[in-house]
Design a protein around this ligand. Structure first.
Ligand code: PRP
Length: 213
């Protein structure tokens, strides 16, 4: 029997994913130990786990280097890769939103030139092009995006809002909500054919653990 590889997004989602996989019957003890290792094995069930940067999860799954990935919907929307999205895991729930200073509330639609800073340039581009039908300038940043309106780099940002704490502490507010986000279980298209039974068995076990599935 070959190993099935699951790519886990390092960071916020990893711990919750490990808990879920354990409840679904996989051996994840090794993953819980604090180490710098990036690859782990469950010999009993023939699974491998790899720890990758969240934004790289879709790439590993698309190329088949991982059969399965667990990653936020934000990353999937930004990346646009052709993967099977099998389960909404529910955790990691947050929103993608346009945020900025409260003074801009209700004024954005009438503004002719808006600069939008974001890590999520594709999500921002699609939102303004297809939903708002507004031409804007998008400025790519890699983190600490909330800083941009504070130092005059942009008028607004498109970013994830979870607790709202980062916005609040930087004097910003949500101006428009774009969409809901949460962790998703995705599968490579070829793996879905080759390892259908084992993957569907895991999907089934996970679904049974989730409320509202
Ligand atoms: C994310 C996001 C916001 C923050 C939202 O950043 O980009 O900055 O979390 O969370 P909150 O609403 O609970 O405050 P992350 O911590 O991933 O770091 P980054 O600044 O490097 O993007």
């Amino acid at each position: 029997m070959r190993y099935i590889t699951i790519a886990l997004a390092k960071g916020r989602l990893a711990e919750l994913t490990v808990d879920l996989l354990e409840q679904a019957g996989l051996e994840v003890d090794e993953l819980r130990q604090k180490s710098r290792k990036l690859i782990f094995t469950d010999e009993k069930n023939k699974f491998k786990f790899i720890l990758v940067k969240a934004s790289d999860v879709p790439t590993y799954v698309e190329y088949g280097a991982a059969d399965i990935g667990v990653v936020g919907r934000d990353t999937l929307l930004e990346d646009g890769k052709d993967l099977y999205e099998m389960i909404d895991l529910g955790f990691g729930a947050c929103k993608m939103a346009v945020a900025g200073p409260a003074e801009l509330s209700g004024k954005l639609d009438g503004m002719s030139h808006i600069r939008v800073a974001s890590k999520y340039v594709n999500i921002a581009k699609n939102y303004y092009q297809f939903e708002k039908k507004q031409s804007v300038e998008i400025i790519k940043l890699n983190g600490s995006v909330e800083l941009a309106p504070l130092v005059g780099l942009s008028e607004v940002i498109v970013d994830i809002v979870e607790s709202g704490k980062t916005l609040k502490e930087n004097g910003l507010v949500v101006l428009e909500e774009i969409c809901d986000l949460s962790a998703r279980f995705v599968v490579n298209r070829v793996s879905m054919k080759m390892e259908r039974e084992r993957i569907l068995d895991l999907v089934d076990k996970i679904k049974k653990l989730l409320p509202n599935q």
